[in-house]
Design a binder for this molecule. Structure first.
Ligand SMILES: [Mn+2]
Length: 323
């Protein structure tokens, strides 16, 4: 979409939300900080304006531990209580209908479906598609929509949008960190935002049990110098011994990929049923999406994944061959 097309879509989205009887908000399954933050941001603004609004995300209806203090999670409705035929529905950070999981039928039945997203791969499944791959976060598009609606931000909305912005820019460190990102951050921190506390919660804080598991996973990590490939695995046995859940180890790969030698980083996680979930990261020389796609998965050049029913050594051997 060109900048003008995004502006036009935003204006249509604002008029549609303004004229809606009720507004139903949803973000993608296993939501990240941008998905939750952008959805909660609009929810707080609409609630403060006295609008009839519900928000949810698909099962499993749980958020990762580091998002648990985002304001407004307690106001979300269970996906079972989400309207079956919403008047106006808005999706956040959700690139395709499939990413809505059990809320996909509601999206299909909505009178108007507004898609707010910044993924270049978005399939444009809405009746109004506000897709701006140039936006650093979906939260940026929410801020623009709120301006278009002529409604004021609330303090909780500012916290939620700030979380969206810091998560998707990696605390202002990714390539997406443009002057306009700092403009928005500057505006948001004029509200009462616990910047330091949020940063620790979102990026640093873990249970001690996780750190012990991390120590074991790092000690077991292997480096393939020739392929510039670093990998480790988290087994069910490790999770049980340390009392850690699989969702808690989501960020482990970001620590492993700090290795100077690593062009490609891989974490293999054994699921309860014995299958293996594989996460891959690359610095960009290697397109890990191709490795994932060859194994029935998908993703992006820099980050991809797949699932396998093979055992961990066999999966690693296959990845080595592919590299
Ligand atoms: Mn995002």
């Amino acid at each position: 979409m060109t900048a003008t097309e995004v502006d036009t879509a935003l204006a249509r989205a604002a008029a549609t939300v303004a004229g809606a009887r009720t507004v139903a908000l949803a973000c993608h399954v296993n939501p990240d900080g941008d998905a939750l933050g952008s959805m909660l941001g609009l929810m707080h603004v609409l609630r403060a304006a006295g609008r009839d609004v519900v928000a949810s995300f698909p099962p499993p209806f749980t958020v990762a531990p580091h998002y648990r203090e985002l304001p407004g999670l307690d106001l979300l409705v269970h996906p079972d209580e989400f309207p079956h035929e919403p008047d106006v529905m808005v999706t956040f950070d959700c690139g395709s209908l499939g990413r809505l999981g059990d809320l996909e039928p509601a999206a299909k039945a909505a009178r108007e479906l507004i898609v707010l997203d910044h993924h270049v791969s978005n399939t444009r499944y809405g009746t109004i598609n506000v897709i701006d791959p140039g936006a650093a976060a979906s939260g940026v598009l929410v801020r623009r929509l709120v301006l278009e609606l002529g409604l004021p931000l609330t303090n909780d909305a500012a916290i939620a949008l700030y979380a969206a912005l810091v998560c998707d820019t990696g605390r202002f460190q990714y390539e997406t960190t443009t002057p306009s990102v700092f403009d928005l951050a500057r505006e948001l921190v004029t509200f009462d935002i616990p910047v330091s506390r949020l940063s620790r919660q979102l990026f640093e804080e873990h249970r001690f049990a996780y750190l012990k598991l991390l120590g074991e996973a790092l000690a077991a990590a292997e480096l393939d110098v020739e392929r510039r490939f670093v990998w480790t695995a988290v087994t069910q046995d490790m999770l049980t011994r340390h009392g850690v859940t699989l969702e808690e180890v989501e960020g482990l790969i970001d620590i492993l990929r700090r290795a100077t030698e690593a062009e490609v980083t891989c974490v293999l996680k054994e699921e309860a049923d014995g299958s293996v979930r594989v996460s891959l990261r690359s610095l960009g020389d290697v397109d890990v999406r191709l490795v994932a796609a060859a194994n029935g998965g998908g993703g992006h050049r820099f980050a991809a994944g797949f699932e396998s029913t093979l055992d961990i050594p066999s999966v690693v051997a296959k990845i080595r061959d592919a590299l």
